[in-house]
Design a protein. Structure first.
Length: 230
């Protein structure tokens, strides 16, 4: 059975919970704002740093939600063995009506890893002028300089991944007519055999508040940076 030989799909049902959808679209804004404030100049560094904090909380939430979220948000629901991914790429695995397809599951993990590296290294990076991440004081200047280079290199990899992601979404939306963007906006997909009945809203809010509080406490506990760039 190929991807395109599936039976007609049933009416749309709720697949993506609102916390996951909010994470996705907020992350789009945060990542776009982070790149914009980086290229806008040093006077925008404070906003760049704030957006970095937001990215830390959002990505940490998504990682947590991958274990305690709703059915199709959990990693175990969409991470597949290499053989299944290869079969899907060869057209021998049907396109799932609910959740991520095997290749989409890989892209989720890749993006989370790239974003964790980007946000994590930013906490320790410096601009070799007068600004640094909040955890700069916990490490040596040499280590900070190394993490700054990783931060810069990873940003280019992240941009490339974003470009590939946009091309893939365009392919599935415009060519395959799968309506991925619409599904990730409204949360519903046609033919979903296992729809969700609750978004676990309270659970999501508590997780976000705890993660934000933990980051705020860590930032407050970090020592003041002692710059010695010259």
């Amino acid at each position: 059975m190929t991807r395109d030989s599936a039976q007609p799909l049933a009416p749309a049902a709720l697949v993506w919970d609102w916390p996951l959808r909010a994470f996705h679209w907020l992350l789009v804004l945060v990542v776009a704002g982070s790149f914009a404030t980086h290229y806008a100049g040093i006077e925008w560094f404070d906003w760049h740093r704030r957006l970095g904090y937001a990215a830390c909380v959002l990505v940490s939430f998504r990682c947590t939600w991958g274990f305690v979220g709703t059915r199709h948000s959990r990693f175990r629901s969409f991470l597949r063995p290499p053989g299944v991914i290869a079969a899907y790429l060869r057209g021998r695995e049907p396109y799932p009506a609910a959740g991520h397809n095997p290749l989409g599951g890989v892209s989720v993990v890749v993006f989370l890893l790239l974003l964790l590296v980007q946000a994590g290294t930013g906490l320790f990076a410096n601009d070799e002028i007068a600004n640094a991440g909040p955890f700069y004081g916990w490490i040596t200047q040499g280590t900070s300089n190394l993490l700054t280079r990783v931060h810069a290199l990873n940003s280019n990899v992240l941009l490339a991944a974003i470009g590939l992601h946009l091309l893939a979404v365009a392919w599935y939306d415009l060519v395959r007519r799968r309506g991925l963007t619409r599904a990730f906006w409204g949360g519903r997909k046609p033919g979903a055999a296992e729809p969700i009945r609750s978004s676990h809203s309270l659970r999501a809010i508590v997780i976000v508040l705890l993660l934000a509080a933990a980051l705020a406490l860590a930032i407050r506990a970090a020592p003041e940076p002692a710059f010695s760039f010259f």
